[in-house]
Design a protein around this ligand. Structure first.
Ligand code: ZN
Length: 167
């Protein structure tokens, strides 16, 4: 297993749709292991493959019930409404009060190639929505009201620029 650096906005890999996994092999098993290790080390409750620079439809999460993964996940259903201080490892140290559906249900494959489904309210519901968003190239910044979004994107771009100039 290995810990990978987490890509930060405006990295293009975070803003592009990820490709479906076509064959679940050793490469994908290792990817899931590496993603879990990277997520726990961060620490975070969810991670999508593009966040470590891999443009494939794989997510991992742990909302306190142990490690889970979903390959080629599809968000099947959302309902209700819940406001939560949401953050993202790719937009570090920032949290916004974001309102989204409270309940979510997602289906995908596990490493054995079996269809699996996760459904839940609150934190699990939020993680399922947040991580499947990543696979479409959508990040938390896109879920903010326009003015907040523009401000945050500007700050992140300036920070990225400042870092590269300082090297
Ligand atoms: Zn995220």
């Amino acid at each position: 297993m290995a810990i990978f650096p987490i890509r930060v906005y405006p990295d293009p890999v975070l803003r592009s749709p990820a490709a479906p996994v076509e064959r679940i092999d050793g490469h994908i098993r290792r990817l899931v292991d590496d993603m879990l290790e990277t997520m726990y080390q961060a620490p975070g409750v969810g991670l999508a493959a593009p966040q470590i620079g891999v443009a494939l439809q794989v997510v991992v999460f742990d909302v306190g019930e142990g490690p889970h993964h979903l390959i080629n996940p599809v968000l099947l259903e959302t309902a209700g409404s819940w406001t939560f201080d949401e953050g993202c490892l790719s937009v570090p140290d920032r949290f916004w009060s974001v309102r989204r559906p409270g309940f979510a249900r997602a289906r995908g494959l596990n490493l054995d190639g079996d269809e699996v489904e996760y459904a839940g309210e609150e934190l699990l519901g939020r993680v399922l929505q947040h991580e499947t968003d990543h696979l479409k190239g959508t990040i938390i910044l896109h879920r903010l009201p326009r003015r907040l979004r523009k401000q945050a994107m500007k700050e992140m771009r300036e920070e990225a620029l400042g870092l590269s100039e300082g090297r």
